[in-house]
Design a protein around this ligand. Structure first.
Ligand SMILES: [Zn+2]
Length: 166
């Protein structure tokens, strides 16, 4: 799937932020604060925060809301770990928890994520394996425990690089 120019520029901005080293990584939540008020984010939390800084959504404490949020109905309110629809559409994505392609060899031993077919058949992970495995962004961030640089590479590979034959 290739994004048009506007969406590609936005996603590219997000990828740059993930690589910037400015963001602390959290698991299983979009955003959380420690007792000193220092915030950390999962990768989709970083995406949400950037969208909020562009007025796409708003944040109150650790929760993101779309502008048509109805407080009585939970409508337009992000759940703990996935993107609001206004946010993923702003990036030109189609899912609240987008799938990204990670390198099989980058998946840590203890991760519950399934390895590529070849490694599975051999019954062992090859750390140099370059086969791609598709995982949800939250799965990459939480269960798999990939850092922001690795996740940034995976977003770039999945959404910004032309695929042969497409
Ligand atoms: Zn493999």
């Amino acid at each position: 799937m290739m994004l048009d120019q506007i969406h590609a520029a936005r996603l590219s901005g997000f990828i740059t932020e993930l690589r910037s080293g400015h963001w602390l990584q959290a698991q299983a939540v979009l955003r959380e604060e420690d007792h000193e008020g220092k915030a950390s984010y999962c990768c989709l939390g970083v995406a949400s925060e950037i969208a909020a800084s562009h007025g796409v959504c708003t944040r109150e404490d650790d929760t993101y809301y779309s502008h048509d949020h109805d407080p009585d109905e939970d409508e337009g309110e992000a759940n703990e770990s996935d993107l609001l629809w206004v946010v993923y559409e702003w990036y030109g994505l189609r899912e609240s928890n987008p799938k990204i392609k990670v390198l099989c060899g980058e998946i840590p031993d203890q991760a519950s994520v399934t390895l590529c077919e070849t490694c599975r058949r051999v019954g062992d992970r090859d750390v140099d394996c370059n086969n791609l495995v598709e995982v949800c962004a939250t799965e990459a961030n939480d269960e798999t425990g990939l850092d922001f640089n690795t996740i940034a590479d995976a977003f770039e590979r999945t959404y910004l690089q032309p695929v042969a034959g497409e």
